[in-house]
Write a protein that binds this ligand. Structure first.
Ligand code: AP5
Ligand code: MG
Length: 213
């Protein structure tokens, strides 16, 4: 059973969503992906969704307070244990998460470390199932029936921000903003680094060891 809150850190395509789904099944975590929350607002056509669509499509970051408010509205830390995926993304967000959400709760921050160049291929071959949350890859985890989710049968989607030009911008944004986040968790003694370039099942094995330690 899950005990500590988990913060998953890593570049676009490093496997945060993929690994989170394993932890949800095995340890009973709740998965909170700010990217998924924002995309759901866009799909519903809300005012917030309309405000953020262009920013996400270009691969830039939505402003800190907007994402914090969305996170808080979907979070019940008193009763649940979470995997925070995609938040924090800069030093300010790391402080905001601690001050407004975690408030001293036992936390592990796990950084999926890998060479950014290898990620372009992973991301451009990704296909996702919005309803079931399953994540596929045309090269490493293809669906059994082309274009359909194995679990729900729904049509698979190619994320609009998963084209090469936007992915390169997302990588640059990541490179420019991750340093202070790692410094923040390192200074609190909460940071664990994992080699995320290995096959998915090997990453899962290491992750489970870290969480059970
Ligand atoms: P978000 O949805 O968080 O995107 P991201 O951080 O760019 O991360 P991804 O979802 O692309 O990658 P992932 O690490 O989850 O990889 P996955 O497991 O899918 O954010 C999107 C946008 O929303 C941002 O650009 C920003 O605009 C906005 N936003 C979100 N949060 C924000 C915040 N806090 N502040 C401001 N703005 C915010 O895997 C990728 C692919 O690789 C899949 O095909 C998978 O099958 C495959 N794969 C996974 N692991 C492996 C492996 N070990 N080996 C081989 N293939 C693998
Ligand atoms: Mg993701």
């Amino acid at each position: 059973m899950a005990r500590e809150q988990i913060v998953l850190l890593g570049a676009p395509g490093s496997g945060k969503g993929t690994q989170a789904s394993h932890l949800v099944k095995e340890f009973g975590y709740n998965h909170l992906s700010t990217g998924d929350l924002l995309r759901s607002e866009i799909a519903k056509g809300t005012e917030l969704g309309q405000k953020v669509q262009g920013i996400i499509d270009a691969g830039n970051l939505v402003d800190d307070m907007t994402v914090l408010e969305l996170l808080k509205a979907n979070c019940d830390l008193e009763n649940k244990v979470y995997i925070f995926d995609g938040f924090p993304r800069n030093g300010e967000q790391a402080k905001l998460l601690e001050e407004h959400v975690l408030k001293g709760a036992a936390t592990k921050a796990i950084y999926f470390d890998m060479d950014l160049e290898h990620l372009i291929e992973r991301i451009t071959n990704r296909r996702v199932a919005p309803k079931s949350g399953e994540i596929y890859n045309l090269l490493t985890r293809p669906p059994k029936i082309e274009g359909k989710c194995d679990v729900s049968g729904e049509d698979l989607v190619h994320r609009k921000d998963d084209n090469e030009e936007t992915v390169r911008n997302r990588m640059n944004v990541f490179r420019d903003t991750i340093g202070p986040v790692l410094d923040f968790y390192e200074s609190q003694g909460q940071l664990v680094r994992l080699d995320a370039s290995r096959p998915s099942d090997e990453v899962t094995k290491s992750l489970k060891e870290v969480i059970s330690a």
